[in-house]
Write a protein that binds this ligand. Structure first.
Ligand SMILES: Cc1cc2nc3c(=O)[nH]c(=O)nc-3n(C[C@H](O)[C@H](O)[C@H](O)COP(=O)(O)O)c2cc1C
Length: 450
């Protein structure tokens, strides 16, 4: 069996820089607002044969927001500029299902998919900050369950619109003068609980059919949405607990199978910040140095965002946090629950918890072999399908130069791109246009009856 036939790791990269580490010598201070910085990440990622680059997003800031959020590029425009300087890397952006129109999202993503030659991905999020609602004509944030019900219908509409044109609808034959076959255009006519969308979409399908869907929610409703629609799932991995990660892996794949999907076609990616150095001690030292550049007030504000900017500054920095009840339930619910749990279980002070959120240490600090071993272990134990790697350019260059070759050597990761669409990298089958499929099936049935 060749390497490409056996299950291999998938790797993504966080394209945004900047953040709490902006004062470190190798970090570009304007990272989140500089297209050159995004493009540089993308170039490093392609050199490492990564599957995709990812841009996180949310449409709200306050004076309490921390540096990466204050001024950052809007994902669709940034990804178009990244797509223009890359050939293979998937380009994945975050777009909310709560405060936008599905027609616009479907159209923009389909357009990005054409611009990139079939490399687009959509991280569909429900938005967990009240301010996002206030910026879009609402008086308050929809509650958690409602956000997920809207998301469900929203994704159905977007996918429906991506079905508007059959793949071979545009012969564009200069000899015959046949430009289009209009019988291959289909109108959605969606009239649901939250959306009324006629269609069709004025954008044809791409080389990968339509964009790949990513999802990042981890609550009960978030998990269900992922199992129904997502091709890839971002998970949080702060405590890197193998057993918990395996349970989540099983849960999502099992639920996907329950919805009639092939569980091998849904991929789980935790986001991690690896720190690579020649020795274990040096790697730990690098991590500690990273903390030195982060101001504690900054760290507390960073933490508070997961709780809709709950005021943590009312507590002393160096005493164990008191019982905080269930704050954060209508915000980043599962993330908020995680931080409350570790604060309680490990009796963390505010300072410790804030640093855990701002600069998570995780399990990936060490020599290249140590990190490659960890990757292999989580992967082979079916706790993950791959990782999204975040960090500075310098960190990622080290990762690509030192860790990727070990993974390749072990047959765990590709040595060359074998596809040029994101769907191809992940090995997800081409989504046949549903109208074309139905027509083909009807023809087979008719032939059988003759
Ligand atoms: C790796 C990762 C990336 C995420 N990126 C975003 C993002 O860019 N924008 C956003 O609003 N939420 C993002 N989230 C948050 C999720 O959408 C979700 O709100 C959060 O995980 C809580 O899930 P729950 O609401 O189902 O509890 C991300 C979560 C993870 C784990």
């Amino acid at each position: 069996m060749s390497h490409s036939e056996k299950r291999q790791l998938k790797l993504g990269i966080g394209l945004q820089g900047g953040g709490g580490h902006w004062r470190e010598p190798d970090v570009r201070p304007d990272g989140a607002a500089s297209i050159e910085a995004y493009q540089e990440y993308a170039r490093i990622a392609e050199e490492g044969k990564f599957d995709f680059g990812f841009i996180a997003d949310s449409a709200y800031i306050t004076k309490d927001s921390t540096i990466p959020f204050l001024s950052r590029l809007e994902p669709m425009t940034a990804l178009s500029a990244v797509a223009a300087v890359t050939k293979h890397l998937g380009v994945v952006g975050t777009f909310t299902t709560s405060y936008s129109e599905p027609f616009t999202t479907a159209r923009q993503l389909a357009s990005l998919d054409i611009i990139s030659g079939g490399r687009a991905g959509w991280n569909a999020v429900t938005s967990a900050l009240e301010g996002v609602a206030l910026n879009h004509g609402h008086d308050k944030l929809h509650d958690h369950a409602l956000r997920y019900r809207i998301a469900d219908e929203y994704i159905q509409v977007v996918k429906g619109l991506w079905n508007s044109w059959e793949d071979d609808a545009f012969p564009r034959n200069k000899e015959t003068g046949e430009y289009v076959q209009l019988e291959k255009l289909h109108t959605l006519n969606h009239n649901g609980e939250f959306f009324k969308v006629q269609g069709p979409l004025n954008m044809e399908r791409s080389r990968q059919g339509h964009p790949i869907i990513f999802q990042a929610g981890a609550s009960e409703s978030g998990t269900d949405l992922a199992a129904r629609y997502a091709d890839a799932v971002f998970t949080s991995f702060e405590d890197a607990d193998l057993v918990k990660a395996q349970e989540r892996y099983k849960e999502i794949k099992g639920r996907a199978a329950g919805y009639g999907r092939n569980p091998d076609h849904i991929f789980l990616f935790p986001m991690i910040v690896p720190i690579v150095a020649p020795t274990q001690e040096e790697a730990l030292q690098l991590y500690e140095e990273g903390n030195r550049f982060i101001d504690p007030q900054y760290a507390v504000k960073f933490l508070s965002r997961y709780f809709s900017f709950f005021d943590f500054s009312q507590f002393p920095l160096d005493e164990p946090l008191p019982e905080l009840g269930d704050i954060g339930q209508n915000s980043f619910r599962s993330t908020a629950e995680y931080y409350l749990r570790i604060a309680r279980e490990e009796k963390l002070t505010l300072r410790q918890l804030a640093y855990r959120a701002t600069n998570p240490r995780g399990d990936f600090v060490g020599t290249p072999e140590f990190i490659a071993d960890k990757f292999q272990h989580y992967f082979e134990q079916r706790a993950v399908d791959g990782f999204i790697i975040a960090g500075s350019h310098h960190n990622l260059r080290n990762f690509v130069k030192q860790v990727v070759p070990i993974l390749q050597e072990r047959g765990l990761f590709r040595t060359e791109y074998e596809a040029d669409t994101l769907r191809g990298h992940l090995g997800i089958p081409f989504p046949e246009n549903t109208y074309a499929l139905a027509r083909r099936q009807a023809a087979v049935e008719q032939a059988r009856q003759l």
